[in-house]
Design a binder for this molecule. Structure first.
Ligand SMILES: C=CC1=C(C)c2cc3[nH]c(cc4nc(cc5[nH]c(cc1n2)c(C)c5CCC(=O)O)C(CCC(=O)O)=C4C)c(C)c3C=C
Ligand code: FE2
Ligand code: FE2
Length: 343
């Protein structure tokens, strides 16, 4: 069998115009694993409410972070793909869950090169129904419909792999070396609490009461909250951070349902009001900088912190195209290739 690699990230609008943002949000938010309501209710919410107002505001936010070459998330993912490709002998394709760089096109690129055994890498350290699961489900549907003769394996959530924690910690350490900070806030993309309960394979573990994620359980293989808390804990340990000098929060909530807490914006505000002068923010739910890190944290978060009396606000970049990160992906790919060598 001939092996090939498919890296998959979230996707971005084609351009930062309200029309393109509307098309992108329409596809994204109509995904039943993102807004998990029955079709009629989802369509009423997305098409009847969200798409009437949000595209204009989101497009304005995208305009602030857009690069000459395009969306930061896409450009960074392409650079990462090129770097990984240089390090391994198998063809590497890149796809996005939403937008024009589809998973179908990515698989076709590989199949056209003779690949019949694909290693799919969702570019998310933690599992979530709205990210990893939707990618894997769609990839399988596409395989069955268009490429029934290929095999697809995937990289599971890698949030607690020691080599990942080491690369992430070194990167954070490097970026914070010359900075002043009293607190490191680990801000992860939020999800509705309901998503956590739905992904609980035990159907009874997740109580969202603050303690369940620290009690060992089979549920944690698919518990986004547990996996985020673990990244914070493991990086804190690796960097020798003192107990009260780092914490976790969740950003980017949408709608009125309860999402994972504490919320990042309220945490930044509270810390500023309580007298924390200097904070550093890391965003380990994202491997590439994007709207949520460059605008929501580095711009909006910073402005909020200064409004409430904060001074230094340092944002640590995502792993992006760092050598240690592309080399780690190459290592995982080669390990996979070795373990599947006889097939
Ligand atoms: C119900 C809505 C959403 C869920 C659940 C959700 C989960 C989720 N998202 C990411 C990663 C990214 N999200 C990004 C943008 C973004 N996310 C939502 C909504 C949900 N996300 C919206 C509406 C948007 C668009 C921007 C906006 O209008 O606010 C991005 C950035 C994309 C970019 O082009 O830069 C990323 C990345 C994760 C990891 C996650 C669950 C764990
Ligand atoms: Fe999101
Ligand atoms: Fe949990």
């Amino acid at each position: 069998m001939k092996k090939g690699i498919l890296l998959v990230n979230l996707g971005s609008p084609e351009s930062p115009t309200p029309q393109d943002v509307k098309t992108y949000l329409g596809e994204f938010l109509m995904d039943e694993r993102v807004i998990d309501l029955p079709y009629i209710a989802r369509a009423a919410l997305v098409k009847g409410i969200i798409l009437k107002t949000r595209p204009k505001a989101s497009a304005a936010a995208y305009k602030k972070i857009w690069w000459e070459e395009g969306s930061p998330l896409i450009v960074i993912s392409e650079r990462l793909q090129a770097k990984v490709q240089k390090e391994i002998e198998y063809p590497v394709a890149l796809a996005m869950r939403y937008g024009s760089m589809t998973i179908e096109k990515g698989l076709k690129q590989l199949v056209d090169q003779g690949v019949d055994e694909v290693f799919l890498i969702p570019l998310y350290p933690q599992f979530a129904m709205a990210t990893t699961e939707t990618i894997l489900v769609l990839a399988e549907e596409i395989r069955q419909a268009h490429f029934p003769n290929i095999k697809i394996d995937h990289l599971p959530a890698f949030y607690n792999r020691p080599d990942y924690i080491e690369v992430l910690s070194n990167s954070i350490k490097h970026h914070l070396e010359s900075k002043t900070y009293d607190h490191v806030l680990f801000s992860y993309h939020g999800v509705p609490e309901r998503h956590i309960r739905k992904s609980d394979v035990t159907k009874s573990h997740c109580k969202l009461d603050g303690s369940c994620c620290k009690t060992p359980s089979k549920a944690h293989e698919f518990c986004y909250r547990h996996q985020c808390l673990e990244v914070t804990r493991l990086v804190g340990e690796k960097l020798n951070l003192k107990p009260d000098t780092f914490s976790t929060s969740f950003q980017s909530r949408l709608g009125f349902d309860p999402w994972l807490q504490p919320y990042t914006d309220r945490t930044i505000e509270r810390m500023g009001l309580e007298g924390t002068k200097n904070i550093a923010i890391v965003t380990p739910a994202f491997v590439s900088d994007c709207l949520e890190t460059l605008e929501e944290i580095a711009m909006e978060g910073q402005e909020l912190f200064h409004e409430v009396g904060g001074k230094e606000f340092t944002t640590v970049p995502c792993l992006n195209e760092e050598n240690a990160w592309s080399e780690l992906l190459a290592k995982w790919i080669n390990n996979w290739a070795d373990t599947t060598a006889t097939t």
